[in-house]
Structure formats: C-alpha cells, structure tokens
Design a protein around this ligand. Structure first.
Ligand code: SF4
Ligand code: SF4
Ligand code: SF4
Length: 456
C-alpha cells in the first residue's frame, strides 16, 4: 500500500491536479483526516483496501487550511502563468473570482474583511497582466442560464428533475459523481462562472478584441483549489470544439489567493500602497459578487428567476434574503414567485450535503431548489484563501462575508439580468439563455465516478 490509513492522514495522489503533500514536512498529526472526514465527508467514506489504494478527493483544499505545518498545499501554477506571459504571441487574460477581492487584502496584511478590489486590479497590472477582468461578470452569466433552467424545470414539474441543485462548486459536483451518481440529473447543467467565461472569452471576445482565440491563455485568481481540478475535466474544451481546434482548452491556469499573495511578496509589491484601479471591462452586478458567500448563488438566482417568471423586478426582500444568509448548516426559505411558493435551501460543507442526500426522499419533498457549497461559508472560506487561526475561523469568515454583502448593497446594478454588458453579450452572441449556442458553450453533463470507489 502506498498510502497510510485514512485514520492517520488523507491520501493524496502524486498526480492530483489541485493538492500536493510535502512528505518531509508531514508530522502525521491527523488534522487533515479529521477535517476531510468530519466536515467534507470524504475520508471514511471509501476504503483504500477496496479501491486499489487510490486516494479519493474532491479537491476542496480544506485539509490545507487545517494542516499545521504547511505540508499540504495547492499545486502551484504561477510558473505556468509566468511562462505564458513570456511566450511571444500569447495573450494572457486574467480574471478574479468574487471572494478574492476580500481574501487578497487579508493575505497581504490588511485587516480581515478589507474590501480590496481596486488594489487587486492594480496588483495584477503591476505584475504585467494587460487584460484584467472580473469573474462576477461570468457569475451573472451563470445566473442567467441557471435561473432560466430553474424556471423551465418549475414550469414542468411532472417531467423535470427536481429539486434542482446548484453546480457552480466543482468539489460538490465531484462529490455527487462519486457518492450519489443517481442524483446527477438534479444538478443544474449550467457550468460554473469560470467555465462559462473561458469559452466565451475564447470563442467571442477574443475575436471582438482582434486576438486569435488560439493565442489566448485564460488565468483566474480564485479562492478555490478545486478549480485546478475542474479546468482539467476533458469536456471543458467547448470553445476549441466550436472553432475547430479541440486541443484549445476553455481555461488554462488557476492561481489561488495565497499563490498571488506570495507572488506579490516575491516581486516586492507593496499591496497596501497601491492605488485603486478599475477592471478593464466585463463588470459584474451585486448578484455576481454574492457568489462568494454561502447562500449567495441562491439569492442571486432567485432575483433573476423572479424576473424571468413574472417579467417584473423582484421585490426588495429578494435583495436581502436573510433566511439563506449566515453560517447555519442548512438555511431554508419559501419565496413566492408568480403565485407559486418556491421552497429553497442553502447548505455549506459536503457533510451537510451528505445529510440532505442520504435522506433524499424527505429532501425532495421539502425543496425545489438547493444550493450546496463545499467549503464552510462558501468560497469566502475556500481552500485557496489565506490561512487563519482556526480557533477564530468562523469570526474571520463572518467578517469576510460582511464585506461582500456590503459591496452588493452598494452597487447600482444588483441583478444579473440588468447588467448592461450581459445584455450586450446575449444580443451579440448567445441570443437568449438556453439557446443552441448557450447550450454548446455554457452547459455541460456529468459522469458517475462511483467505480473509482470499488476497483478491486
Ligand atoms: S495535517 Fe498536515 S501534518 Fe497533519 S497529517 Fe495531514 S498532511 Fe500531515
Ligand atoms: S482536498 Fe478536500 S477532499 Fe481532498 S483530501 Fe483535502 S479535505 Fe479531503
Ligand atoms: S465552495 Fe467555492 S472555494 Fe470551496 S470548493 Fe466550492 S467553489 Fe471552490
């Protein structure tokens, strides 16, 4: 057996695309196994004896956050990004996920909860990125497709698979593929924001900017280690398939908030003193920003689902949907749209997800739409965010979340369907949500991985 028992530590495969263990540093303390088992519900739910000694992992990176000696860390992609930036003829697009605008300040020594979007853009420009975009724009795109899909499923309850599950968290998607493949039909087919923006940048915006799609190298700064796995999924070459070169990947590299902070430090960039700088374009709404927080995708989707189902803007309660906010394990709400009561729930951690899935009959009776994020707090507590004192962790996550809600409240556009650049994208390229081109580039399918649990 190459791995130690999962009672001692998590088994990480040498070619894991997201997580690496430095053997020399490991003190076999068991912290990673504890968090992976208790909170992520992965360790303890497979047997190395039965599956041919293969580590099972959803790449959430929570074990990294709890490893006391930094033996566990993300697979570092900064060298790959630097190489692309130095390759003649390559155009590197970088974008930043919703929660990074709070995480990066903390990682660079600012107080917890500092909103640092302008400095983040300035820092990336200083490192040499010419095009800096905002993934909240792509989060709006995800909402357009996901809300349209929800509206379509709700309109046909006899034939549609309900409750619908969100699918923007790649660790959660892999969790379903591994442990509950019979529920794959419940997952929204809408891709995550990054995997919507990747093909859209290569198949549409590159041409608009006068750049050859094959020369584009897409990079994202994320709070998430699972994104490193997600971009390697074989199906994510939609732009390449559309333009006739399937070797072109939708996305090329992911760097975590921690990796970016180290890069800035190495280059001697003083983050705190940087001037606030705006993104180049492709801006997001308040709804897009909410993707950072557990419950945020649900809140954002309901704002647009209301508009799609009634033709009217959502009432003000949808702009501060308190029942799905906060840190409770499972939060529920009932909202009325077009005379129908829609029953929703938001949960964080895959241990809570397992509870919902294990008693699926009762879950299906209670809810129409369920949001799951693998990390506690959602992406704001992701496996690529700055490490913190675990005794203070919940308070720190709450402070980061508050900065995100403040930002949503302060933005002039708070619903994805009202984002003028999203409207322009549909006018010029996609036509409408769930159109043929949208299905081709913005949706996906899932595959059972249950056989990896039992290889012998
Ligand atoms: S938490 Fe870190 S040090 Fe402890 S067993 Fe896991 S990898 Fe080793
Ligand atoms: S990344 Fe997540 S699933 Fe994988 S070993 Fe770590 S805690 Fe477990
Ligand atoms: S909750 Fe967010 S950060 Fe955590 S695995 Fe899912 S997408 Fe990544």
């Amino acid at each position: 057996m190459k791995h130690l028992s999962t009672a001692i530590r998590v088994p990480i495969e040498p070619d894991d695309p997201a997580i690496v263990r430095d053997e020399e540093l490991c003190i076999q303390c068991g912290q990673c196994a504890r968090i992976c088992g208790e909170r992520q519900s992965v360790a303890g739910h497979f047997s190395l004896e039965k599956n041919g000694d293969v580590g099972i992992c959803i790449h959430c990176g929570q074990c990294i956050n709890y490893c006391p000696v930094n033996s566990l860390h993300e697979r570092r992609d900064v060298p790959k990004v630097k190489a692309a930036m130095n390759t003649p003829g390559k155009t590197v697009f970088v974008q930043t996920s919703p929660s990074t605008r709070v995480g990066i300040g903390e990682a660079c020594g600012l107080p917890v909860g500092s909103f640092s979007e302008g400095k983040l853009v300035a820092a990336l420009k200083k490192l040499g990125f010419k095009y800096v975009f905002d993934t909240t724009f792509a989060a709006d795109l995800t909402i357009m497709e996901e809300a349209a899909e929800l509206a379509a499923r709700l309109a046909d309850p006899k034939n549609a698979v309900l409750p619908m599950f969100t699918s923007c968290c790649p660790a959660w998607v892999k969790f379903v593929e591994l442990f509950y493949p019979q529920r794959l039909g419940n997952l929204s087919t809408s891709r995550s924001p990054l995997l919507m923006s990747g093909p859209t940048l290569k198949a549409f915006y590159a041409g608009k900017f006068g750049i050859a799609p094959a020369s584009v190298f897409n990079v994202a700064v994320t709070p998430c280690t699972a994104k490193k796995f997600e971009i390697t999924r074989s199906e994510f070459n939609a732009a390449g398939r559309k333009i006739g070169d399937p070797s072109i990947r939708d996305f090329d590299a992911i760097i975590t908030v921690r990796e970016l902070a180290s890069w800035l430090k190495e280059d001697g960039i003083d983050f705190a003193s940087l001037p606030d700088t705006p993104y180049d374009r492709l801006l997001g709404s308040g709804a897009g920003v909410l993707f950072a927080n557990t419950g945020g995708v649900m809140e954002a989707a309901l704002r647009t689902a209301h508009f799609l189902l009634t033709g009217k803007e959502a009432p003000t309660e949808f702009l501060n949907l308190k029942p799905v906010r906060g840190m409770d394990d499972i939060r529920e709400a009932v909202v009325e749209i077009a005379g129908r009561a829609i029953r929703v729930c938001a949960a964080h951690t895959t241990a809570n997800a397992r509870m919902l899935l294990a008693d699926f009959e009762s879950t299906a009776e209670k809810y129409d739409f369920i949001e799951i994020m693998s990390c506690k707090g959602g992406c704001i507590g992701g496996g690529g965010q700055p490490k913190c004192d675990n005794m203070k962790r919940d308070k720190i996550i709450a402070a980061r979340m508050a900065a995100i809600y403040e930002r949503d409240a302060a933005l002039p556009v708070r619903c994805s369907h009202n984002n003028p650049e999203i409207q322009e994208l549909y006018r010029e390229f996609y036509g409408r949500p769930l159109s043929e081109t949208a299905e081709e580039l913005l949706h996906t399918a899932y595959t059972s991985r249950a056989d990896t649990l039992n290889r012998k």
